[in-house]
Design a protein around this ligand. Structure first.
Ligand code: HEC
Ligand code: HEC
Ligand code: HEC
Length: 277
C-alpha cells in the first residue's frame, strides 16, 4: 500500500515537468526576467526559486510516504510561501500562478487525506507545467547561452575585427571562390582564394577561448584533426598542377569540423537571435 502510494505520488509530481500539447510554443521572454539573470544579476534568483519549489514539493511526497504528516505539512507551507513569492517576481507572468491552489495543497495535507493530496498536487502541478510548456525552452536559450553577437574575430586577411556572423560569411565566400575558380580551371585565383580560406579557418580557433577556459573543449572540435585537414588543403593548393579531387576531399574534412561546431553552437545562436528581435 505504501509503495503503491509512493509510485503514484512520484509519477504525479514528475508530471509537472511535462505538458502534452500539439505545438511547441516559443514565446519571447518578458523584460523583467532580465533582473534575475546575468548580466544584470549573477545570482540566478528565478532559477533557484524553481529548485526550491521542486524540492519542497518532493518534501511533501517523501514525508507522506513515511507517514510523517507533520513534516509533510511543513514542506507544504514552505512550498506555498515560495510559490507566492515567485509569483511576484515577473509581473508579466502573474496569470500563470494560482496561489489558491498552493493553499489548497496545504489544506489537503492538513486533512491527512491521501486522495485530497493527490488531487491538490495535480492541480498545483498543472500551473507549473503550463508555464514550463510556454517558457522553459526560451528562457534556457536566452539566458543560459552567451551571445555570439558580442564575439569579435580578427580577420587575418583584412586585418580588422568583425562579429562572428560576418566573419563566417567572409570565410565561406573564400571557400566558395576556391570551388568556383577550381571548376573554371583558373588555378591562380583558386590558389589565392584557397589560401585565404585556410588562413581564415585557422584563425577561427582564436575565438573559442573568449568563452572556453578548458583546452579539452577547444581541442574536441578544432583540434589536431582540423589542423591536419587544413594542412592537407594547403599542400594540395601548393602543387604545381592542382588536383581538384584532392582539394575537394580536404575541403570535405574541414567541413565536418564546421558542421560539428554548428551542431553545438549555431542552433542556440540562431534561436537566440530570433527571440531577441
Ligand atoms: C564556434 C564554432 C564554429 C565553427 C568552428 C564554425 N562556425 Fe560557422 N557559425 C558559428 C556560429 C555561432 C554562427 C552564427 C553566428 C551569428 O549569426 O551570430 C555561424 C554561422 C555560420 C554561417 C552563417 C553566416 C550568416 O550569418 O549568414 C556560415 C555560412 C558558416 N557559419 C560557415 C562556417 C564554415 C564554412 C566553417 C568551417 C570552415 C564554420 N562556419 C565553422 C559557429 C562556428
Ligand atoms: C511563471 C512560469 C513558471 C511557473 C509557474 C513555474 N515555473 Fe518552473 N521554470 C520556469 C522557467 C522559465 C524555468 C527555466 C529556468 C531556467 O532554466 O533558468 C523553470 C525551470 C524549472 C525547473 C528546472 C530547473 C532546471 O533544472 O533547469 C524545475 C524543477 C521547476 N521549474 C519547478 C517548478 C515547480 C515545481 C513549479 C510549480 C510549483 C514551477 N516550476 C512553476 C517557469 C515557471
Ligand atoms: C560565445 C561563447 C562561445 C564560443 C565563442 C565558443 N563556445 Fe563552445 N560552448 C559554449 C557554450 C555556452 C557551450 C555549452 C556548454 C557550456 O555551457 O559550457 C559550449 C559547448 C562546447 C562544447 C561541448 C561541451 C564542452 O565544453 O566540451 C565544445 C566541444 C565546444 N563548445 C567547443 C568550442 C570550440 C572549438 C569553439 C571555437 C571554435 C567554441 N566552442 C566557441 C560557448 C561558446
Amino acid at each position: 500500500m505504501r509503495k503503491g502510494l509512493f509510485i503514484i505520488l512520484a509519477g504525479l509530481l514528475a508530471g509537472y515537468l511535462s505538458f502534452a500539447s500539439e505545438n511547441i510554443v516559443l514565446k519571447k521572454t518578458p523584460k523583467s526576467l532580465d533582473n534575475y539573470y546575468p548580466p544584470k544579476s549573477k545570482k540566478w534568483e528565478f532559477l533557484s526559486k524553481m529548485y526550491n519549489m521542486s524540492t519542497y514539493f518532493y518534501g511533501i511526497n517523501l514525508n507522506i510516504n513515511n507517514e510523517d504528516w507533520d513534516n509533510a505539512l511543513k514542506w507544504a507551507k514552505k512550498l506555498k510561501e515560495e510559490y507566492v513569492s515567485t509569483s511576484k517576481m515577473v509581473p508579466e507572468w502573474k496569470e500563470y500562478f494560482k496561489p489558491e491552489l498552493a493553499e489548497r495543497l496545504v489544506k489537503a495535507v492538513e486533512s491527512k487525506n491521501v486522495d485530497n493530496v493527490l488531487q491538490a498536487s495535480r492541480k498545483l502541478g498543472q500551473t507549473c507545467a503550463k508555464c514550463h510548456a510556454d517558457n522553459e525552452i526560451t528562457v534556457k536559450l536566452v539566458y543560459h547561452f552567451p551571445s555570439f553577437e558580442n564575439i569579435k574575430i580578427e580577420d587575418p586577411i583584412e586585418f580588422m575585427e568583425m562579429e562572428t556572423g560576418k566573419y563566417m560569411k567572409k570565410m565561406t565566400n573564400s571557400m566558395k571562390a576556391l570551388k568556383i575558380y577550381l571548376m573554371q580551371g583558373d588555378a591562380d585565383n583558386a590558389r589565392q582564394s584557397g589560401e585565404e580560406f585556410v588562413e581564415r579557418a585557422r584563425a577561427l580557433k582564436g575565438m573559442c577561448s573568449k568563452c572556453h577556459t578548458s583546452k579539452t573543449s577547444i581541442e574536441a572540435i578544432t583540434g589536431k584533426e582540423y589542423l591536419n585537414s587544413l594542412e592537407n588543403l594547403t599542400q594540395a593548393l601548393s602543387a604545381d598542377k592542382l588536383d581538384n579531387e584532392k582539394i575537394f576531399k580536404a575541403l570535405g574534412s574541414v567541413g565536418m569540423t564546421c558542421a560539428k561546431c554548428h551542431n553545438v553552437h549555431l542552433i542556440p545562436a540562431m534561436v537566440q537571435e530570433r527571440l531577441k528581435k
